[in-house]
Design a protein around this ligand. Structure first.
Ligand code: GLC
Length: 550
C-alpha cells in the first residue's frame, strides 16, 4: 500500500527507531541499586553518538519516573508533575531532555491516564467523604442491594475490580491493583487536569508520550457487566474469563483519544503512542481519521502474541499479521515491538527447542525491515534473556505470568563485572547470565549488538527501509518475504525463514545483492535467488529500475 503521507519534519516519528527504557534497570549512577535519570544521561552515547559505533536510535520512551509508592513500579502515580527521588528530580529530567536533544534524540514519557495511586492527593481527598471535592474524580458505587459488588469486572491483576471503603460505605473501581483507583474521565474536571499534565511536560520540552492502557479510559457509562469469554481456558489469566466489551475499547474512548491529540497538536512535533489491544479493525480506530485524528502511533503487539500464548515463530502467521495491518488506511503508521516490560523476552519466549537466540536474530531484521515505527526494549539488542528469580526476590505484584514480569525487567548488563556496569551497589533485581553484556559484544562483528547496530544504521541510510511502501511477495511455506520500495531510489526485500531447514527464495527480476543477514551462509545467487539458512532472515537490495511492474 502507498504510504501517501507528508514526509515532513513534523512527522519525524515515521522514520524513527525507538528505544524503550525501564529506568529502574538501565543504569544506576548513585549506587543504590536502582537505575536513575542521571544513569540514562551517562549512557546516551551508547544509544546514539551520531556514529555507527552507537546503536543509532532516534527516540527513547521511559516507563514512569513520577513520584509513586511503587506498588506497580511507577504505574501508580502519586504526582503526575514531578520525579520520584529514586530517579532524580525535575532538574535531572530537564538535563536529560537537553542531553537527548543535543544528540538529536527525542524523549517520550509514560502517561498514565486510566488510574493514579491511592496516595495521590486527589484520591486521598476523595476518601474523606461522599461530598469531597474529588469524590467524583473516581468511580464510586453503592453495593448491590444484596450487598454484593457493583459489577462483575475482574482486575487485570486478578480478583474483583472493586474495593470497599468502609468509612464512606461505597466501592471504588480499580482495573489493576486496589492501590490504583481508576480516574473518572467522564468528569470534565478530570479531563482538564489530565490534559494539563500533558501540557506541563510538553512545555518542559518532552517530545511526547507512550499512553498506558489507552483503551480503558472510558468505560460503558453504566459500568455494565462484562459477558463471559467463550474462548477462556484454564491456565489463562483470570481477567480473561470475561470479554472486556464494557471496559476496554468501549466506543466512547475514541473521543478521549481525540481530545488528547488536540492537546498534542498545541505542540507541533509532539507524538503519542498508545498501548492498545485488539485486532487491526480496533487499532485503526485509535489512529482516528484525517479529519479527526487520534494517536499518531499505536502498538501492535501481535508479533509478541496474547498474554497466555506467545505467538509461535511461524512465517505464515507472521505474514498474516503484517498483511492484515497493512490494509489499514495509509495514515495509520504500524508500530511493532518484539518485547516490552510486561512480556517474556523473545530469546526465552521462542526457546522451547534451544533456538530462541537464533530466532531473535532473524526477528531483528523483521522488526527493522517492516513498514513500521519499531520499538526496541532495552537489552533486546544484546539478547538479554528471562532471568530466573528466586521466589523471595520477586517484586512484581502481577503474577498473571508464571513468575510475574520481573524476569524481563532485570538490570541492563553493560559488562561482566559483579555490578555488570549497572551498579556499584546491590541491584534491585538479580542479574542475568554474565556472558550477555554490551562490552563483550561491542567489538564482536557476529554479536547480536553488532547486528542491531548494523540493522538500525542500514535502515537509516536506505530510504526504502525507513520510508518505502510495503508489498508482500508470494513465497514458499516456512518463509515470509516482502518488498519495501521507495520511488526513484532502491528496493529492499526482507526475507524470513522460520523453518529449521535451509530455504531458497526466488527474487523478482534479478539484480539483487545481499545487504544484511542475520546468519552466516545467507547468499544471493545470480542476483535472483536468496539462500536462507535455517531460522535466518536477510535483506537484499536492488537499485530502482524504472518501469518495473507493480
Ligand atoms: C500497562 C503497563 C503495565 C502496568 C499496567 C497498569 O499495561 O504496561 O506495566 O502494570 O498498564 O498501569
Amino acid at each position: 500500500m502507498s504510504t501517501g503521507w507528508n514526509e515532513s519534519e513534523h512527522e519525524w516519528w515515521r522514520k524513527a527507531v525507538f528505544y524503550h527504557i525501564y529506568p529502574r534497570s538501565f543504569h544506576d549512577s548513585n549506587g543504590d541499586g536502582i537505575g536513575d535519570l542521571q544513569g540514562i544521561i551517562d549512557r546516551l552515547d551508547y544509544l546514539n553518538d551520531g556514529t555507527e559505533r552507537s546503536l543509532g536510535v532516534d527516540a527513547i520512551w521511559l516507563t514512569p519516573t513520577y513520584p509513586s509508592p511503587m506498588k506497580d513500579f511507577g504505574y501508580d502515580v502519586s504526582d503526575y508533575c514531578n520525579v520520584h527521588p529514586d530517579f532524580g528530580d525535575l532538574e535531572t529530567l530537564d538535563r536529560l531532555i537537553a542531553a537527548c536533544h543535543e544528540r538529536g534524540i527525542r524523549l517520550l514519557l509514560d502517561y498514565v491516564p486510566n488510574h493514579c495511586s491511592d496516595r495521590h492527593p486527589w484520591f486521598q481527598d476523595a476518601l474523606r467523604s461522599r461530598d469531597a471535592t474529588h469524590r467524583d474524580w473516581f468511580y464510586w458505587r453503592d453495593p448491590k442491594p444484596d450487598g454484593y459488588l457493583p459489577n462483575n469486572w475482574i482486575s487485570v491483576f486478578g480478583g474483583p475490580a472493586w474495593t470497599f471503603h468502609d468509612a464512606t460505605g461505597q466501592y471504588y473501581l480499580h482495573s489493576f491493583l486496589p492501590e490504583q483507583p481508576d480516574l473518572n474521565w467522564r468528569n470534565p474536571k478530570v479531563v482538564a487536569a489530565m490534559h494539563d499534565v500533558l501540557r506541563f511536560w510538553l512545555a518542559r520540552g518532552v517530545d511526547g508520550f507512550r499512553i498506558d492502557v489507552m483503551g480503558m479510559v472510558l468505560k460503558h457509562p453504566d459500568l455494565r457487566d462484562n459477558p463471559p469469554n467463550p474462548d477462556y481456558e484454564i491456565g489463562m489469566p483470570e481477567y480473561t474469563r470475561l470479554r472486556a466489551d464494557n471496559s476496554l475499547n468501549y466506543p466512547d474512548v475514541y473521543s478521549a483519544v481525540a481530545g488528547i491529540r488536540r492537546v498534542l497538536d498545541e505542540y507541533s512535533e509532539a507524538v503519542a503512542v498508545g498501548e492498545v489491544f485488539g485486532p487491526p479493525s480496533i487499532l485503526a480506530k485509535y489512529y482516528g481519521t484525517l479529519d479527526s485524528p487520534g494517536l499518531q502511533l499505536n502498538f501492535n503487539f501481535q508479533l509478541i502474541g496474547p498474554d497466555s500464548k506467545p505467538l509461535p515463530w511461524d512465517a505464515e502467521r507472521i505474514g498474516e499479521i503484517v498483511r492484515a495491518f497493512d490494509e489499514l488506511p495509509a495514515h495509520a503508521q504500524p508500530c511493532y515491538a518484539l518485547n516490552n516490560h510486561d512480556r517474556p523476552r523473545i530469546v526465552s519466549r521462542l526457546n522451547s527447542d534451544g533456538f530462541g537466540g537464533e530466532r531473535a536474530r532473524a526477528a531483528c531484521l523483521l522488526l527493522l525491515g517492516l513498514r513500521s515505527t519499531p520499538f526496541i526494549y532495552y537489552g533486546e539488542e544484546i539478547g538479554m534473556v528471562e532471568v530466573s528469580i528466586p521466589e523471595d526476590q520477586l517484586q512484581d505484584p502481577a503474577r498473571f505470568h508464571h513468575r510475574g514480569r520481573d524476569p524481563a525487567r532485570t538490570p541492563m548488563q553493560w559488562d561482566a563485572n559483579p555490578g555488570r556496569g549497572f551498579t556499584s551497589g546491590t541491584p534491585w533485581l538479580p542479574f542475568g547470565p554474565e556472558g550477555i553484556n554490551v562490552a563483550a559484544q561491542s567489538e564482536d562483528p557476529g554479536s547480536m549488538l553488532s547486528l542491531y547496530r548494523r540493522a538500525i544504521w542500514t535502515r537509516k541510510a536506505e530510504a526504502a527501509l525507513h520510508s518505502g511502501d510495503f508489498r508482500a511477495l508470494p513465497s514458499d511455506t516456512g518463509t515470509f518475504v516482502f518488498e519495501r520500495r521507495y520511488p526513484a531510489a532502491s528496493s529492499v526485500i526482507c526475507a524470513l525463514n522460520t523453518d529449521l531447514e535451509e530455504r531458497e527464495v526466488q527474487l523478482p527480476d534479478g539484480g539483487w545483492s545481499l545487504l544484511l543477514s542475520s546468519h552466516d551462509g545467507a547468499a544471493v545467487q545470480g542476483g535472483a535467488s536468496l539462500v536462507l539458512p535455517p531460522l535466518a532472515a536477510a535483506w537484499v537490495r536492488q537499485e530502482r529500475q524504472e518501469g518495473r511492474g507493480v
